[in-house]
Design a protein around this ligand. Sequence first.
Ligand SMILES: [Ca+2]
Ligand SMILES: [Ca+2]
Ligand SMILES: [Ca+2]
Length: 231
Amino acid sequence: MSRKHLEEKRKCKAGSGGFTLVETLVALCLGVLVVAGLASFFRAQGGALKIQEGIVEIRQNLRAAMAAMTGELRMAGFNPLRRMPLGISAAGGDAITFRLDRRSDRDGIDNDGNGLRDNSDPGEKHIPNGTSEDPNECITYRLYKRGGETVLGRSSTRNGFPQPLAECVESIRFSYYGDTSGIPLAVPVADPGKIRSIGIVLTGRTAKPDPVTGEHRTFTLASRVSPWNLQ
Ligand SMILES: [Ca+2]
Ligand SMILES: [Ca+2]
Ligand SMILES: [Ca+2]
């Protein structure tokens, strides 16, 4: 191979192995665009995931609260000794109070004759005593405000302060039925003794707003209870 030919080949190699300034700038711009696009994609994915997590959380909270409420409402009016009328005592559109007699742990008597009395006897805690003045015998469900948030609360005694049952609650609506016609009684129900079943519609919202719309997502749960002792 001649010297001239080798020289031309070297020049050719040197020219094809580098990038011009314009090529480098274009490549950099493309790289920045790709990275920005990926960042935007993952940010959107992260936002969508957080929304889904918020919805799952509120669903679980509302379902747990509804299960607790309906389970306890089924016991409304439990009154085996029948010494006084017990049942729903206040029936409003956004609050309900009901009574039952499920325990007597303060009467000082060994009610079942096993040598143990009141709180020292696990079985005796659940012996009714004819009144609804024991803990967890006069129960109210209603919404209340706590630190600017609306919370579903449960009080376990007459005039007791509510304890939180579910947070991020938007509204609760109780409806009351005296028969199977499907027509609800006017609230507040003037004569709660007529109530045979209770409808509950509970609406909650995500703790944080949707980053795209700026609005909170809501979730509504409905249930109906026919307390055994009110039939
Ligand atoms: Ca009692
Ligand atoms: Ca006993
Ligand atoms: Ca006792």
